[in-house]
Design a protein around this ligand. Sequence first.
Ligand code: ADP
Ligand code: MG
Length: 275
Amino acid sequence: RPPLPRPAATRVVVVANQKGGVGKTTSTVNIAAALAQLGQRVLVVDLDPQGNASTALGVDHRRGVPSTYDAVVEGAPLAGVMAECPDVPGLMVVPATIDLAGAEIELVSVVAREGRLSRAIAGHPQVGTAEEAGEERFDYVFIDCPPSLGLLTLNALVAGAEMMIPIQAEYYALEGLGQLLETVEMVRQHLNPRLRVGTILVTMYDGRTRLSSGVAEEVREHFSEQVLRTTIPRSVRVSEAPSYGQTVMTYDPGSPGALSYLEAAREMASQGAPA
Ligand code: ADP
Ligand code: MG
């Protein structure tokens, strides 16, 4: 297959869903790794104090390492807080340390508290159009959000132009989605008019159960435009990879989970940049 064309400008993708355990982190790290393997320049910003994305990408996130906290709370330039993923050359990561847990509260008294991450990302010289940021620009910045709709997630929604919402193919999957979409609408009206839901990804799909296919069908009915054709199967290899500090893309590249994430990454890339 031909190599992926680069987007004309950096795509800042917010991976959000206030439900926990739906596959936000897994999808972030694997799609990011897949795009990097396909030759794209990719940055992952870990915005969850748990630091699961940092763990999965094999990047140190012990207290004291330069992290998302420094960028968001202290206003540190992004260039000084990123590290390279050891397994995927060129894939850059801003790790999350446990300090970020305090940020929700610390930010309350900070000026322009919803725009901190946006400033950090937009202020990075490698973010922007080809003209602004040149050949060294990032093609994608993925922001892995915590499972809540607090100030951290709000910062992500202000910083990005497109969202990716992972939906777990399980009962109750669509519960809470209304609240998420209301938040998106509120952000669009007051803080970030560019924001749109670009991608919906059905995760942990089990084709043998009617429940899984039922959920996938319902999601497609509601969001025909945004849902990727590719679904991510439930697979032990996917869930094992993080304990080796790896994505499934390097842990078991031929496995169904890795191949699905590769396909999802290609589909996302072909959807193109937002207008
Ligand atoms: P979130 O970031 O939304 O909280 P995670 O990506 O951490 O969700 O996933 C929650 C749990 O489900 C993790 O233990 C992860 O390893 C597991 N998981 C995610 N995707 C899959 C999959 N396709 N197959 C099997 N387990 C998965
Ligand atoms: Mg997570």
